[in-house]
Every structure is written in C-alpha cells, then in structure tokens.
Design a protein around this ligand. Structure first.
Ligand SMILES: [Zn+2]
Length: 385
C-alpha cells in the first residue's frame, strides 16, 4: 500500500505526453489496482500502442459513479523548469512539483490512495475508475472508453466525476470545442488574370470574414451565457498558409480555425451553415474554373459542451461529500462533456488549480490532495451501508 505522495511520485515518473504510447503508466496502474483483487479492463487503440482502463468496485446495481481522469500530460519543451518535471519535487513550501501534478495525476493518485478503503467498503452502489489517454490532444480516447465501460457492465452508472483541476470547486459547465482545417483549391496564373482565374487567397478571405460575421450574428441574436468568459461562442482563424508572390494568383490556400461554443449554440449548426456557404461559393466559381473546391476537415471529433443543471442529483451528491458548494464553469474543454453526452450526469471537481496546468513548475498543494482524498472517502461512506 502506497501513500498519495508515493503514488503521485510514481505516476509523475512516466513522461507520457498526449499522442504517445501510455502503456507503461496504464500497465503500472493496472497492476496496482489488481493488487487489491480488483479486475480491470483495458480498452486498447487499434495498433495496441495505447489503452484506457476501467474497473468497478461494488455491486451490479444502477446508480454508480465513475471517477474519470487522463494519464497523458502536455510537453515541457521550451519551459523554464527549476526541477526535473518528471521527478516529483517537494520544495517544503506545501506544494509538490512536477508535470501532471495538477493536470491531472494528482486526482489519479487520490483515486488509487483510497483503494484500501474502497476495496473493503460494503458498497451499496458501485464506484468505477475510467482512466484515458490522449486527452491533451483533443479528448480522443474518452468516447470509446465510455462506450466500452457502459457495455461491459449490466447495470447503468448514473454519475461521472471528472477530476480536472478546479481547486475542488464543483464545475457544471464548459464550452464545446472543435478545430477545423479548410483547404481552398483555385487556379494559378498571372495576377493580371484575377477576374478569369480563381484566387484561393481571395476566396479564403471571404470565408474567414464569413466566420467572423457568423460569430457576430450569434451574439447579436442574443446567444449569451454569462457563466462563461467570454459569454459568447467564439469563432477564430489562427493560421493561414498560401501564396508565393504579389503578382502570382494563388491556387492553394489552407487555414485552421476553432469554434468554442456556449452550451446553447450548436457546433453542428455552425459547421452546417459554413458548409452551405462554401457550396454556394463553389457553385458560383466552378462556372469560371470547374475544379474549384473548398474542403473542410475536423482536426478531431468535436468535444461537446458540458451543461449540468444545478438541480441534478450529481450536484446534490457533490454538496454532500465536498465542502465547497458554489458552482462554477471553466473555459477549457474536458471529457466531462463526453460523459454528459453519453447520458451520465457529469461534474468536474479535482485538486489543484487550472492556472498551474500546462506551465513550467506545475504543482499541486498537499492540502488540495488531502481535500480530494476526504471527498473520495466521503463518497465511499455515502455509497456504503
Ligand atoms: Zn487535464
């Protein structure tokens, strides 16, 4: 049996970045959980280089709770660390330093630290662990993990607690996010022929202005949710590549953009409207140049927004097991939206501050870890006879 600090030290020592194989850390976690006599299931990717893990402790009855976390972290390159990021460092200031301490191996360590109690508890409802990979590059693994978990057990879990860093505040909302690449193919030529060729740059500019106008029209139509900062859906083009010279018509252009939607706006509708506008432009310009095309691809499947009503049972459950009762929303996207989309009441609550995440000298305070352990112990008690 290991303490939460020993567990965190071990978890931090696996330098698994989003996109990389996480088998080293997930197999270590699997072995540790198995030492308590608990059966685990791995959900591998197609090439068997990565795997999520889920397990259940407790009876086969509806109404259980999933404790969710991810095993990958973000890179440390170019960051000014004063200690080895993959070695847990105690600077005797109450904080434990290392990549992933707050985002979000601190929560994983807390889940593993309560296993001695959890494995012996007389649970009346089950508690599940669901640990994923590739969260940091777009919450890629969670949908398959959730489906595998739901189909592996005969009963239906009711709740999911996602331990992203929130300073132990219950978080009931996050925006939905999607990233896109748009490729425009026109015809090349001397710049003097601009009215007979189709410039991919000119057409890209039109599409980009459409995207900006779409954002403004949503705001003007009153799509405002003051729980978020900013309180509206944002649409933004962050990268554009095209052209070789001022006097050459560009035949190819590519731009990357993102949509961060408040729960009341629909990513689907925005992209449907965008594609309709692209089709309109294609029809017009194919008369001039039949090969003209606009192709838009998702960089990865969209992460849906989280919008848990403050009247749902998960909110009451959190109030019973955790002393912080004021509910919050966050600006980042997380797996919570995916659990919610699968019909599971979802909430974010975890140790450490998101202000620490992804930075040099990331840390979690020992106090936050102990608050999280108390919450999990209260959860076990409230789920026991
Ligand atoms: Zn995270």
């Amino acid at each position: 049996m290991m303490t939460v600090e020993q567990l965190l030290e071990k978890l931090i020592s696996f330098p698994v970045l989003g996109g990389e194989s996480n088998l080293s850390i997930i197999q270590w976690i699997q072995t540790y959980i198995a030492s308590f006599g608990i059966k685990t299931t791995l959900v591998p990717n197609d090439s068997n280089t990565k795997a999520s893990l889920h397990c259940k402790i407790g009876p086969d009855v509806d109404g259980g709770i999933i404790l969710s976390g991810h095993t990958d972290v973000v890179p440390v390159q170019g960051q000014n660390w004063t200690s080895n990021p993959f070695e847990l460092t105690d600077k005797n200031d109450g904080n434990l330093y290392g990549r992933g301490t707050c985002d979000m191996k601190g929560f994983l360590a807390c889940c593993l630290a309560v296993l001695p109690k959890l494995s012996k508890a007389k649970l009346t409802k089950p508690i599940y662990f669901a640990f994923s990979y590739d969260e940091e590059i777009g919450c890629l693994a969670a949908p398959e993990l959730i489906q595998n978990l739901l189909s592996s057990y005969s009963e239906k879990p009711q709740f999911a607690l996602i331990g992203e860093p929130s300073l132990m505040q219950p978080i009931i909302g996050h925006k939905g996010i999607s990233l896109y690449d748009t490729y425009v193919s026109g015809s090349a030529g001397h710049s003097s022929g601009i009215l007979k060729e189709v410039s991919a740059i000119h057409e890209s500019a039109r599409l980009i202005l459409w995207i900006e106008a779409k954002m403004k029209s949503l705001i003007e139509a009153g799509s405002i949710d003051n729980r978020f900062t900013p309180p509206h859906t944002s649409l933004h083009v962050g990268q554009i590549n095209s052209g070789i010279a001022a006097n050459v018509i560009a035949d190819k252009a590519h731009f990357s953009w993102d949509a961060r939607v408040i729960p009341q706006d629909s990513l689907d509708q925005i992209i449907t409207d965008f594609r309709a506008y692209c089709n309109e432009r294609e029809e017009i310009l194919q008369k001039r140049y039949p090969e003209f095309s606009i192709v838009t691809k998702e960089q990865h499947p969209p992460v849906p927004a989280l919008d848990t009503a403050d009247t749902t049972s998960i909110v009451q459950l959190l109030k019973n097991i955790n002393p912080i009762h004021n509910l919050g929303t966050v600006a980042y996207a997380a797996e919570a939206g995916q659990f919610s989309e699968a019909g599971i009441e979802s909430i974010i609550c975890g140790p450490g501050s998101i202000g620490q995440a992804h930075r040099a000298n990331e840390y979690v305070s020992k106090e936050e870890l102990s608050k999280c352990i108390t919450m999990l112990e209260n959860l076990i008690a409230s789920f026991s006879k």
